[in-house]
Ligand binder design. Structure first.
Ligand SMILES: Cc1cc2nc3c(=O)[nH]c(=O)nc-3n(C[C@H](O)[C@H](O)[C@H](O)COP(=O)(O)O)c2cc1C
Length: 355
């Protein structure tokens, strides 16, 4: 499926080395002020070639909006947009025509479709995630009307971790680091020099979300957040709130006790029974190391013959860095979608509209 969401849907198209990538955002309410500078700023954060911690592919990533916006506001009709690819170097991928990169999607895409766009991974390339960032930025413009914010930052790179949660640092950091930035950067540069790559963990926090977002039982907010994040290339695990650690705790340690001023703690990560409880929503996304590395590796070719190869091309040494921008976008889309879905959950809401 290339469509995400239920009421607010984002359909994406395009390949890494095709003419363009783009999307259609449908179900977006009319009357939302559209800030194109904000859109472009969000894209710039994910832009390849933005600094030495990202892939050297140098794309301007300028978004063109074709529909759904008139005189600076959304019209309620589908928002169509595209980003034209400009810096493809498809020849760099010529040696991939016959072989499958270990750790990438080449093998499974070929087995499934039997037709292969080997240039930069085609549709399986994370180039497509630029479209999600645009969709997420539109969603944020809707969330702005309710003072709901979503932010993400790097909690760890390899074994370099931080407990600082320094959001001011993350905002200005080249790698969106939440702390221990120099050590994180050093490790990324070290693996890059070694022609290798490294995994990372991204922390995302939603603040200001109302209580009751999430549809019981098969569309729980945590389930949809997990699906959104596991749908991002390279994400291998998700935690909500205490996450895996909850399995090692007692109820007395994990319960968030309540008082007249709200919850005393937030082990739940802001979600109970699949619905937001008004606290910050806390999501951790675990990214694997970039599969494309420049070391000699063994693999199979199209004739199922074992072969050794060394990759060329341009790649992110740590996908969690730009992945943190994609995480924010996906979470924005989920929250906006649930805001719209929630409108019909209660007769009082419906009466307010049709009274
Ligand atoms: C923002 C971002 C950038 C990425 N950059 C690269 C890259 O430069 N090279 C690469 O091989 N994989 C990159 N990936 C990861 C691959 O797209 C991903 O591992 C691949 O599609 C296989 O999917 P899977 O890891 O989910 O199984 C990136 C992922 C994201 C989210």
């Amino acid at each position: 499926m290339n469509t995400f969401g239920q009421k607010l849907t984002l359909t994406t198209f395009g390949e890494s080395h095709g003419v363009a990538i783009g999307g259609v955002l449908d179900g977006f309410p009319s009357g939302v002020k559209i800030d194109t500078d904000f859109l472009q700023n969000e894209l710039d954060k994910r832009r390849p070639g933005r600094n030495k911690f990202a892939t050297a592919r140098n794309e301007a990533d300028k978004v063109e909006i074709f529909s759904g916006v008139f005189e600076g506001v959304s019209t309620g009709t589908p928002i169509g947009f595209a980003i034209f690819n400009q810096n493809q170097k498809s020849n760099d991928y010529e040696n991939l025509r016959e072989i499958f990169r270990p750790g990438h999607a080449d093998y499974t895409y070929f087995k499934k479709y039997a037709v292969r766009d080997h240039r930069g991974g085609g549709r399986s390339s994370a180039r497509e995630t630029a479209v999600r960032v645009v969709g997420g930025a539109f969603a944020q413009m809707m969330l702005d009307e309710f003072n709901i914010t979503v932010k993400s930052g790097l909690l760890s790179v390899g074994d370099v971790k931080t407990n600082e949660f320094n959001w001011e640092l993350a905002k200005n950091s080249e790698i969106f680091s939440l702390g221990n930035e120099d050590a994180m950067k050093e490790l990324i540069m070290k693996v890059r020099e070694e022609h290798d790559s490294i995994g990372a963990c991204v922390l995302s926090v939603v603040s200001g979300a109302p209580t009751g977002l999430g549809e019981g039982l098969y569309d729980k907010l945590d389930a949809r957040l997990a699906a959104a994040m596991m749908g991002v290339n390279g994400v291998k695990a998700i935690e909500i709130g205490e996450g895996i650690n909850a399995a090692y705790l007692k109820g007395s340690q994990n319960n968030d006790q309540m008082g007249i001023n709200g919850f005393y703690t937030n082990h739940s990560g802001g979600i109970l029974g699949g619905m937001s409880n008004g606290e910050d929503i806390i999501v951790k996304s675990y990214f694997k190391p970039t599969p494309s590395i420049f070391k000699a590796q063994k693999t199979l070719n199209l004739n199922a013959k074992e072969t050794e190869f060394e990759l060329r091309g341009r790649h992110d040494p740590c996908i969690g860095v730009r992945g943190s921008v994609v995480a924010t976008a996906m979470i924005r889309l989920v929250i906006a979608d649930f805001m719209l879905l929630n409108l019909s959950s209660n007769i009082q809401n419906i009466k307010q509209i049709y009274r």
